[in-house]
Write a protein that binds this ligand. Structure first.
Ligand code: NAD
Length: 477
């Protein structure tokens, strides 16, 4: 009989808690048996954090960064092993990126007005305890990034990780808590459950002592937090188009697109999900993409691949309607984040060494274009001119307002797409990941809040603005 390790751990934690009473059973590593216990511990920790100076808080952040950096490989290996998605070397980059480039307390900036009537300040204060829901696709990187950002802002956090990334998420929380305590901070600034479930995430969202919610995930969970009645940040799905026009450096565009789209097997929400190539350069672009590690499939192979990596259902037709039902496609989650060679193997193709990405030419309405695949499978759509390219890019981005990429030397073309598509991130002439600080300027985050408008979240996103006014004094000019 198979042993359910998770169930055993949960029952053991609950029995121990009952036997030993509340004080003796209180964990110090942030991992609790119930939502109530985790939230209570996080509240206590947040009050202790509030009593520390900003300088002391920054010391805790430094310790978190070091722990994340030291354990970047371990956490990457755990994430790939547990979720079966992505690859270790790219997850190491993600973990180190968040350790190094997530902003700290320097992001909290005070605004002041002074004049005849004295001095007024607006300072950025914490919310209290934040409920952070994290995805399977970046389990450790999201906990590191949100953990640093939320604590820098003065909060404690209750994490609801995806059950499929439980071990990696809890390990990350434990390592960061340990680093915080060793640096003189309170225990349990980051909390979670020994057995995280969707039901527990919903219980957490309704908990009166959770002050703010942050959902990093697909459209379902973003909608759920936005319907919670609490202040919520939604960092949702993307389907980033990469547009290439006739003025681009085609070889560089091809290399950049292959690098961005194959990074961590296409799991990042910002990764190129379809290419839109202006007619005259499309063949050259595809040839260069092949040179840099893309494997081109065509005809029957594309049809077979749809059967493998997608699910299809017949559209529901209203009674009496004579229209032929259309097929509604979804993604087959078994292939999310898998290696290109593994997917090609399912087509009976032995991938040449160095294959990072599968590419194919498709029409503009193909399911590979329309759906957010999160697999190293990249459709290339040829269009007649830049007008058609912009129209299609806007259409397939689905109004997510997440990320778009463009390769062009024509400033007018670049500006026109940027204005039309209104994405939170617009990357010009680089791989998509330059938009979160890999080979591009600017800080990093793995919580990109398009739907609620915070953009690339940073400590300031997790603060409340508080005004303090002193009348007729403290203006010294
Ligand atoms: P997912 O939506 O399946 O799960 C995300 C998290 O939400 C998990 O912790 C899951 O347990 C939880 N969840 C899902 N439905 C829920 C519900 N009804 N109630 C409570 N909790 C619920 O997503 P995933 O597969 O883990 O991650 C991939 C998705 O996340 C993609 O769509 C990707 O674009 C998006 N994503 C966005 C960002 C961003 O910054 N905008 C970052 C990473 C991933």
């Amino acid at each position: 009989m198979a042993i359910d390790q998770t169930l055993i751990e949960r029952i053991t934690a609950e029995v121990l808690a009952k036997m030993q009473g509340p004080a003796a059973s209180a964990p110090r590593d942030g991992v609790f048996a119930t939502v109530d216990e985790a939230v209570a511990a996080a509240r206590t920790a947040q009050k202790q954090l509030a009593a520390l100076s900003i300088e002391q808080r920054e010391k805790l952040i430094t310790a978190m960064r070091e722990a994340a950096r030291e354990n970047a490989r371990l956490l990457a290996e755990m994430a790939v092993e547990e979720s079966g998605m992505g690859n270790v070397q790219d997850k190491v980059i993600k973990n180190k990126l968040t350790a190094d480039k997530t902003p700290g307390t320097e992001d909290l900036v005070t605004h002041a007005w002074s004049g005849d009537h004295g001095l007024t300040l607006v300072e950025m204060g914490p919310y209290g305890v934040i409920g952070s829901i994290t995805p399977t696709t970046n389990p450790a990187a999201t906990v590191i990034c949100n953990g640093i950002g939320m604590i820098a802002a003065g909060n404690a956090v209750f994490f609801s990780p995806h059950p499929k990334a439980r071990n990696t998420s809890l390990k990350t929380i434990r390592l960061l808590n340990d680093a915080i305590v060793k640096a003189g901070g309170p225990p349990n600034l980051l909390t979670s459950l020994a057995n995280p479930t969707i039901e527990a995430a919903n219980e957490m969202m309704k908990h009166p002592k959770i002050n703010m919610l942050v959902a990093t995930g697909g459209p379902g969970v973003v909608k759920t937090v936005l319907s919670s009645g609490k202040k919520a940040i939604g960092a949702g799905a993307g389907n980033p188009p990469a547009v290439v026009d006739e003025t681009a450096d085609i070889e560089k565009a091809a290399r950049d697109i292959v690098s961005g789209a194959s990074f961590d097997n296409n799991l990042p929400c910002i990764a190129e999900k379809e290419v839109i190539a202006v007619g005259s350069i499309a063949d050259k672009l595809i040839a260069y993409m092949q040179k840099y590690g893309a494997y081109l499939i065509s005809g029957r192979q594309v049809d077979d691949l749809i059967q493998i990596i997608m699910t299809a259902q017949e559209e529901k037709i209203a009674p009496g309607c004579t229209d032929k039902p259309k097929k509604v496609y979804g993604i087959n989650k078994d292939y999310v984040g898998k290696d290109a060679a593994f997917i090609l193997g399912k087509l009976g193709i032995n991938a040449p060494a160095g294959t990072k990405l599968i590419i194919c030419e498709t029409g503009p309405d193909h399911p590979f274009v329309v759906e957010e695949l999160m697999m190293p499978v990249l459709p290339v759509v040829q269009v007649k001119d830049i007008d058609a390219a912009i129209d299609l890019a806007v259409k397939v981005e689905h109004g997510n307002r997440h990320t778009a990429i463009m390769h062009s030397k024509n400033v007018d073309h670049l500006t026109r797409l940027a204005k039309a598509i209104e994405t939170t991130i617009f990357v010009k002439n680089a791989p998509s990941y330059a938009g979160i600080g890999v080979g591009g300027e600017g800080y990093a985050t793995f919580t990109i809040a398009g739907p609620t408008g915070e953009g690339l979240t940073a400590p300031r996103s997790f603060t409340r603005q508080r005004r303090c006014t002193l009348v007729d004094a403290f203006s010294i000019v």
